[in-house]
Design a protein around this ligand. Structure first.
Ligand code: GLA
Length: 350
């Protein structure tokens, strides 16, 4: 018996590095996706075939993470065993249109797809939210990436063409409709990055240090004026904290703006978010700053880097009528950049 499950990539419209600091995020599912066919096997052997990642590899269930592209698959199968969805290894066959290293959550999609396939095999009724929480455990505890819950929730739960306003402290979420007049274009900068390269973890450690200073687990809930008033704090930690608190407020304001149909206001919040990631959180890189700046210059209502940072994609909110011309101009000015996908309200389920 085998089961095939497809999970989407995700783009985050606004709210970066808030998901492990008690704040909100606003991701959306993409059309680019990853599919896994899972066939259980007895014993602890695992075989993973994925031409997009590097061919075929054989692993075992009790293998430690090895910095290998197949680690998310091994971790997901171990988690499926822990949850009682499988008893043993599996043959996995993977295809994907989500570019790896682009910040569009190919790793979360792989883990979630495997867990959902195992759920199908077991005939279990474990919820999508529980699958997302289990998928995060694989990243945190097996692979060793101290990520938040945004990617796993977006990939496991969100539907195409609409955004998900997610409170990462409670996992409560609501669906936010996107304007039909605009499209959220995802453009790859041509600069890839890995969450496992240590820079994401460095930001997480700085946030943990700031949490100790402010005696809170939820940096996002601090009042920006109170952060500014504190003088006896390392200036770097102060900037990191300022990003978390202001970014969380930008997400809340962005949800309000979208719900009220104020696209220009939403665009300005995207621009503010990018500046905060660049100046306070230090996770952008010059070619991405230039791409974002030109995206706005050429007519987008707003644009920002999306995802963990240090490379990957930008997302821009662009009026449908000028989208093609805008894109041609942007790609001509940035030869390494390429169009990946667009979140389009016109394909949202009714
Ligand atoms: C990565 C992580 C997420 C989140 C973003 C930044 O995608 O996996 O948990 O922290 O970076 O917002």
């Amino acid at each position: 018996m085998s089961i095939t499950i497809t999970a989407p990539g995700r783009v985050n419209l606004i709210g970066e590095h808030t998901d492990y600091n008690g704040g909100w995020v606003l991701p959306a599912a993409l059309a680019v996706s990853l599919s896994v066919t899972l066939a259980p096997r007895s014993g602890d052997q695992i075989s993973v075939t994925a031409d997009v990642f590097g061919g075929q590899v054989r692993r075992r269930l009790n293998d430690a993470a090895a910095g290998h592209w197949s680690d998310p698959a091994v971790g997901a199968l171990r988690e499926a065993n822990t949850l009682g969805l499988l008893t043993g290894g599996a043959d996995l066959s993977i295809t994907s249109t989500i570019p790896a290293g682009s910040g569009l959550s190919s790793s979360a999609a792989l883990i979630v797809a495997i867990l959902k396939a195992a759920r199908g095999i077991a005939g279990s009724d474990i919820s999508d939210t529980a699958i997302a929480v289990a998928a995060r455990r694989v990243e945190n505890d097996y692979i060793g990436v101290p990520c938040g819950i945004m990617d796993q929730m977006a990939v496991a739960v969100a539907a195409p063409g609409e955004a998900m306003a997610l409170d990462t402290a409670t996992l409560d979420y609501r669906v936010v409709s996107l304007p039909r007049s605009h499209s959220m274009a995802v453009i790859h900068s041509g600069h890839t990055r890995q969450l496992t390269d240590g820079r994401y973890a460095a930001r997480k450690e700085e946030c943990d240090a700031a949490k100790a200073v402010f005696a809170t687990n939820d940096l996002c809930q601090l009042i920006p004026e109170e952060i500014e008033a504190l003088v006896r704090i390392d200036p770097v930690l102060k900037r990191r904290t300022r990003h978390c608190a202001t970014e969380h407020r930008r997400v809340l304001a962005a949800v309000e703006a979208l719900e009220a149909g104020h696209i220009d206001g939403f665009g300005q919040l995207m621009i503010g978010s990018h500046a905060s990631m660049r100046d306070d959180f230090d996770i952008t890189i010059p070619p991405i700053d230039a791409l974002v700046s030109d995206a706005v210059q050429f007519g987008a209502a707003g644009a920002r880097m999306t995802g963990g940072g240090f490379g990957g994609c930008i997302v821009a909110c662009v009026e449908c009528g000028i989208r093609e011309e805008w894109q041609a101009q942007l790609l001509a000015a940035h030869p390494r950049a390429r169009f990946i996908d667009a979140v389009d309200a016109r394909i949202a389920p009714s």
